[in-house]
Write a protein that binds this ligand. Structure first.
Ligand code: MV4
Length: 449
């Protein structure tokens, strides 16, 4: 097992990784920007190295600065968390080439899944269901018109190097295809340095279901069931839950098996998530794979009892999974609400000093956060300041527990989106689980707040 791990991240996920390391008896190194001198991760770690100014490109995204910090502290391994460099295969290569252990999948797995055209090719070979569309990349408007003959309209043009909603264009008619295709190619070139695009039939009313997997270095790979992530706005998740209230037990078996097949096809090691689109008729299709731990991992931890960060570290150290697929059972229901320092309905960021912070407590309420009374929420990073996760025997009890927890949460000094969560949790459509990826945006439009 490692004796020292460097956490190449900040905020709540850095605190989460530091906690897991401490419980494993591993010393920790935090890296922080000048804006995070007083941040919780900086204080909790055994050692803390300032790696640069507030701006991420010169701190949390600076590979030389992070590698220098690992060297001066003699860290054996690096945990990238999520965001920043977590899915940067060059960073993973450099970590490994420097003789350290990368706490994550192989750079090869990251590269394949990071290129959505290569990923779909690999999925096709593994018989993972794909949205009908182009056979690989589409290089011209003429080719796009050919594909449109089979997909029909609406279709969606996606950047191969995109993901998470970036570099996508929905096309509803032949007349707008040429312009959309050219814009998508140009934007892809600008945003990702790669103009490769592909086309899929656009699914109008899908849900977003994702399957958690964990693989070790000995060929063992298991799933830890699915999460429902349809409650989102502009591709920003707001509330997630496990298990999904929208799928049948039969679909659960099928979609989790598809997740395992997808991960096996890239010899996946560590924690990963396969994202699917689920149609109202329960047909589902591969969307993309995230080769990192995700923000919403705690809902899976609550229903399975598995500590995913602990197992990321153990697996990276060469340990075998302690669980067979049969031994992984799900129990009850879990919900996570992302608490952001932002206006609840305008979504404008609200940085500033937290004059008072009081977290909820009680049975089966977990708060993952890096804030405290007196903490200054910096404007430089994303606005999420806490995650409240609740667990209960069934979904209705879990909703009530979350409502109680949100009511107990006290944050004075910055505006938060607690009111959005309060209204969402009380919304009949949400309570009946009658929603898909458009639910929140449609409901907010109705509220016209
Ligand atoms: C789609 C789709 C409908 N049909 N692909 C959004 C981000 C990236 N994961 C891909 N996304 C979508 N791909 C087809 N063929 C709808 C979306 C989509 C979406 C997916 C999941 C969760 C939220 C979303 C918000 C907007 C669009």
């Amino acid at each position: 097992m490692f004796h020292k791990v460097l956490v190449a991240n900040r905020g709540e996920i850095a605190v989460r990784v530091i906690r897991a390391c401490k419980e494993l008896g591993i010393a920790t190194v935090a890296v922080y920007s000048e804006a995070d001198r007083d941040a919780m991760h900086t204080r909790l770690a055994d050692e803390a190295i300032c790696i640069g100014p507030a701006v991420s490109t010169h701190s949390y995204l600076s590979i030389p600065a992070i590698m220098a910090a690992a060297e001066v502290t003699d860290a054996q391994a690096i945990h990238p968390g999520y965001g920043f460099l977590a899915e940067n295969s060059e960073f993973a290569e450099i970590v490994i080439a420097s003789g350290l252990t990368w706490i994550g999948p192989s750079p090869e797995s990251m590269r394949v899944m990071g290129d959505k055209v290569k990923a779909k090719k690999r999925m096709e070979q593994a018989n993972v269901p794909l949205v009908p569309g182009s056979d690989g990349a589409v290089h011209s408007v003429e080719e796009a018109k050919e594909v449109a003959k089979s997909t029909g309209f609406p279709l969606i043009i996606k950047a191969a190097s995109g993901g998470g909603g970036r570099g996508m264009k929905i096309v509803r008619s032949e007349a707008s295809l040429a312009t959309a295709f050219n814009v998508c190619q140009t934007e892809a070139k600008t945003m990702f340095g790669d103009e490769t695009v592909f086309i899929e039939k656009f699914l109008e009313e899908p849900r977003h279901i994702e399957v958690q997997v964990m693989g070790d270095k000995h060929g063992n790979l298991v799933h830890l069931f699915e999460r429902e992530c349809s409650i989102q706005r502009n591709n920003q998740k707001v509330l997630e839950e496990a298990p999904s209230p929208s799928i049948s037990e039969e679909t659960r078996q099928e979609i989790c098996a598809a997740g395992v097949a997808a991960a096996s096809a890239v010899n996946y090691e560590g924690a990963g998530t396969i994202e699917f689109l689920l149609n109202p008729d329960q047909s589902f299709y591969f969307m993309e794979m995230n080769t990192r731990i995700q923000v919403e991992h705690p809902v899976t931890e609550f229903i399975t009892g598995v500590d995913l960060i602990e197992w990321q570290i153990r697996v990276a150290a060469g340990e075998k999974l302690a669980y067979t697929q049969e031994q992984i059972k799900m129990k009850g229901h879990a919900i996570e609400c992302r608490i952001n320092a932002e206006h609840p309905f305008k979504f404008t960021p609200s940085p500033g000093t937290i004059e008072l912070y009081h977290a909820p407590g009680g049975r089966s309420v977990r708060v993952d956060s890096a804030v405290y009374t007196g903490y200054k929420v910096p404007p430089h990073y994303d606005s999420m300041i806490a995650k409240i996760i609740t667990h209960a025997r069934d979904r209705n009890k879990c909703i009530r527990r979350m409502q109680r927890a949100i009511d107990e949460l006290a944050i004075i000094g910055v505006t938060t989106n607690c009111e959005l969560h309060r209204r969402l949790l009380a919304n009949p459509g949400f309570q009946k689980a009658d929603f898909n990826i458009h639910f929140l945006e449609r409901w907010l439009k109705q509220l016209s707040l």
